[in-house]
Ligand binder design. Structure first.
Ligand code: SAH
Length: 223
């Protein structure tokens, strides 16, 4: 590709990114400035297969490898907003996949640990994060339903795969005031995105609406 064609594509992608922020995020109720600014800075085209770069900013999930998907931008924004991420927060991202959501949380100033069940995806996610300048995100390969005890406690545990219930280790590894955002399987083909906030020994639970995610596997997942 010549230089002119390359910069033409860059300009197009920048414009589509702006449109994503305005039409798919702000217009649908995302208000957290930190989320909007972060998503304006993360080049989503670096996290999708190369031939899909032009579609990187459509508001849909896109296929990555191993039958998995990169979550829809609106869902990443909703999860980040519900997770109330502040600079310096310790965040566990469950389901690295493409690495995009981890990059968004890191762009919000969080310290991010990301864990992925499929080893090959952990490796491609790692490469994409490095190529996009997010070398400081830690990526681990393993069962995220066990959490990541070595790096606990977390201010937020954010999952991109739907499980039957909140994995018990996540509750143990959540800081006081910490948030868990995850989709729960509700049967009959639907899932509910929930947020749990820990307040001492009590937990507040919010319903964030119906969603569609890939299954959460592993010990406390759907297996
Ligand atoms: N956040 C990702 C979304 C990827 S889809 C992105 O922005 O692209 C969800 C991912 O969760 C898949 O890659 C899947 O392999 C992974 N996953 C499923 N069960 C898991 C588990 N128990 N631990 C870690 N990752 C898991």
């Amino acid at each position: 590709m010549g230089e002119a064609a390359g910069s033409g594509l860059d300009a197009l992608l920048r414009q589509r990114r702006r449109e994503m922020i305005e039409w798919h995020l702000e217009a649908r109720g995302i208000r957290d400035r930190r989320v909007l600014d972060a998503m304006d800075r993360v080049p989503r085209e670096r996290f999708v297969p190369e031939h899909l770069a032009r579609d990187a900013y459509s508001d849909s999930p896109l296929p990555i490898e191993h039958g998995q998907t990169i979550s829809q931008p609106y869902i990443v924004a909703l999860t980040a907003e519900a997770g109330r991420i502040s600079p310096g927060d310790r965040v566990l991202d469950v389901g690295t996949g493409s690495g995009y959501a981890a990059a968004v949380y890191a762009a919000m100033g969080a310290e991010v640990w990301s864990i992925e069940y499929v080893a090959e995806l952990a490796a491609t996610g790692r490469r994409a994060l490095d190529a996009a300048g997010f070398e400081r995100v830690r990526v681990a390969s393993g069962d995220g339903t066990l959490g990541l005890a070595d790096a606990a406690p977390f201010d937020a545990i954010l999952a991109a795969a739907a499980g039957p219930e909140i994995p018990a280790p996540w509750l143990d590894q959540l800081a006081d005031g910490g948030r868990i955002v995850m989709p729960l399987e509700r049967g009959l083909g639907w899932q509910q995105l929930i947020r749990l906030i820990r307040r001492g020994d009590e937990y507040d639970l919010d319903d964030l609406g119906a969603v569609r995610f890939v299954p959460l596997r592993g010990e406390h997942g759907l297996r």
